[in-house]
Design a protein around this ligand. Structure first.
Ligand code: SF4
Length: 242
C-alpha cells in the first residue's frame, strides 16, 4: 500500500515512464477504488483509451454543468459506444435557465460571475461525485504544458479536498504525442477541435472560445479574465481561485 514516503520516488520514476505504465501502476495500486474524470474535451480520448485498456470498467466521472456544447454530448456518446465506457454523469442541481435568472445573468453567452457559476455548476457536482464514489485513486488528464497552474504538478499528488491520490499520467506529454497516440489508435478528437477549440468547457463565449494561431492552448478559456482553472483540479477549494 502506498505511503507518502513512496510518492517522491514514484514521481521521479514516472517522469520517464510511458503514461500507460502510470495507468497500469494506478490500477495495480488502487484496483476497483480507482476512478477517472473526463470532460470529454478536445483530446480526452487518449486517457479514456489508456484507462479502459487497463481497467475496462473504470468509473468515469463527467460533470454536466447544464451549459455543455451539444458536440460534447455527441462526442461522449461516440466514445461511450466505441470504448464501452462506464460513464457516471453528475449533474448540477440547478436548472440552467432558472440559475441565470436567479443570478441576474442577462446574456446566456456571457457570465458576469464566473466564480459563482463554476462553484455551483461545476465544482459542486464534482465534489458530490467524489464524496459518493469515495475513490482512493483518481486518474485525470491534465498536462503541464496546458497552463501555468499545471506546470509544477506531480504525477501523484494527495488531494485533501477529495481524500485520495490524484494521478496524472499525461503530465509530460506534448500536443504532438497526444496527436500521435490518437492517430496510432484511430481515435477521434472532439468535433469542435477542427473549428479552433483546443480546450473545451462550457458553451458561453466568455468560458470557451476558439483560439488563433500562436495562442496558448487554454487561451480560449475564460478569455479576458484571470481565471485559468474551473476548479476541480485544485487540491483545496478556495473560492477566491474560482
Ligand atoms: S465554465 Fe462557465 S458556464 Fe461552465 S460552470 Fe464555469 S462559469 Fe459556468
Amino acid at each position: 500500500m502506498l505511503t507518502e514516503t513512496d510518492v517522491p520516488a514514484l514521481n521521479s520514476l514516472f517522469e520517464k515512464s510511458h503514461p500507460l505504465d502510470v495507468v497500469k501502476w494506478a490500477y495495480a495500486e488502487y484496483g476497483e477504488d480507482l476512478v477517472m474524470s473526463s470532460s470529454f474535451g478536445a483530446d480526452s480520448a487518449v486517457l479514456l483509451h489508456m484507462a479502459t485498456r487497463v481497467y475496462p470498467n473504470i468509473r468515469i466521472i463527467m460533470v454536466d454543468t447544464g451549459y455543455l456544447f451539444p458536440e460534447t454530448w455527441q462526442f461522449m456518446e461516440e466514445l461511450r459506444k466505441r470504448l464501452n465506457l462506464n460513464v457516471w454523469v453528475y449533474r448540477t442541481r440547478q436548472d440552467p435557465i432558472a440559475y441565470l435568472q436567479s443570478k441576474g445573468e442577462k446574456d446566456p453567452q456571457y457570465r458576469e460571475d464566473i466564480a459563482c457559476c463554476c462553484a455551483t455548476n461545476q465544482n459542486e457536482p464534482f465534489d458530490r461525485a467524489m464524496r459518493d464514489l469515495a475513490p482512493k485513486g483518481w486518474l485525470r488528464g491534465i498536462r503541464r504544458r496546458q497552463a501555468e497552474t499545471r506546470a509544477n504538478r506531480q504525477f501523484i499528488e494527495y488531494s485533501p479536498r477529495y481524500r485520495c491520490h490524484a494521478i496524472s499520467p499525461l503530465l509530460n506529454w506534448t500536443g504532438r504525442e497526444i496527436h500521435q497516440y490518437l492517430k496510432e489508435n484511430d481515435l477521434p478528437y472532439h468535433p469542435l477541435r477542427d473549428k479552433g477549440y483546443l480546450s473545451i468547457g462550457c458553451n458561453p463565449l466568455s468560458c470557451t472560445r476558439p483560439i488563433s494561431a500562436g495562442e496558448d492552448e487554454r487561451a480560449g478559456r475564460w478569455s479576458g479574465s484571470s481565471k485559468i482553472e474551473c476548479g476541480i483540479n485544485l487540491t483545496s477549494l478556495d473560492s477566491s481561485q474560482l
